[in-house]
Design a protein. Sequence first.
Length: 486
Amino acid sequence: MTSKEQQIKNSFLYLLPIVVGSIIPFLTLAVFTRILTKEDYGALALVQIYGAFITGLANFGLLIIYERNFFEYRAQKEAAQLLYTTLFFVFTSLLLCFFITYLFKAPLASWITGSPDNAFLLFWATVSTGVLSFKTYYLTYFKNTENAKSFVWYTIDESVLGAVIALFLVAYVRTGVIGIVWAQLAASLVIFTILGFRLLKILPLGFSFRILGHSLRLSYPLTTSLLFKVIGTQFDKYMLSLLGTLGGVGIYSIGQKVSNFVFSFMTAIGNVFAPQVYRRMFDLGEKGGESIGSYLTPFLYISVFAALFISLFAEEIITILTPPPFHDAIDIVIILSMLLGSHFFGKMPQLVYAKKTFFASLLTLVRIGLNVAIDIPFILIWGAIGAAWGAFIAGILANLIHFVVSQRYYKIEWEYQKIIPIFLIFICSAISMILLRYFDIAYGIRIIVKLISLTGYFYLGIKLNVITRQNYLLVKNMVFPVKAAL
């Protein structure tokens, strides 16, 4: 097991690209929202849904299985065969999907965005998303080997490079919204090429159809699950385009971009605990549930803190970064942050470990059904804000079902006496922000409530022994290393 000191260090390393990767989009958002329209953001959001769907189809669920099988095929030869055989299969699938998309880009754009003028935006968004997913296999290798430093610096380099190119294309060349897509593609290609050469030095080329067959047997049920997951998570935006306007999709998309900081933060934290969870599962079997539960509580507290912070200060973030036409996104940020805060439990690999990937697909179908049943009436009545509330209610119900099923196949002994007050403070604080704005309570009072919420959450962290003197000193010594005595 990795030491506590190393895990805290890795946490800071994994959070570094989140800090950089969040500051950069926030800064570029302040520029782009003054050049691009709500309709531009709406079109971009819709073509990215298609790109995510096609990329999920081409990957065939292999990214999740690669992460799992990495701990099963630990010998260098098998590790190389697992990586390169998986990459070859995904590369071939992506090329086929890109070709089909190019042939039918105009009718697809008309169907998805309502205009064939977005045909090339659709195609390049698909290619960009595909290359981004392909590169993720290399980064997963670094994550699973707990080489946080390499994972972090490659991620940061890509974020910075993509932002610089996007600013040049959109703000200087004036390419329009497609410049954002081209910038992401260019940055991903550069980092992918560098990663490819580096991994070849560590893992010489190797292929195994036996390993591929094993991976595909586990991954094919996940393909349906992942595709349905894209539909389920993006359904609200597509329904907005059908029942509302492209501008409404743009507002909702801005809200998602800001709230997705929570998702990125939780993913970074997950990069630290996921390898440890898998190791406990494989090494301890069913007896690892108690160890995993107590191990995860501090990570849950930290993850929910990100959702709490974004919920409390969504108003300031949106007001500072965007012009008035985008300010309707404030409540959307708060609502979606509440939903994302509950996703922590869904990051547990219980079903994948137990080889019950079929249930993942079934659960995703349930999630889609809930989204359809709840989103449509909510969107018809309340528009973009209705889409957010619909996503929240459907997501909470789906997460609860997923939690119950996952616990049946691998029981994690969660520390409920600590988890309940964490979520109680979080949800009450977020809802209070919506109510205070709705009743137009003075901004000074809203600030006081925000500070009280943060203080209460920090006090809870002390009571739960998450915020301790020992942890403080560990963090302090990493941020400000003690110099050796002369």
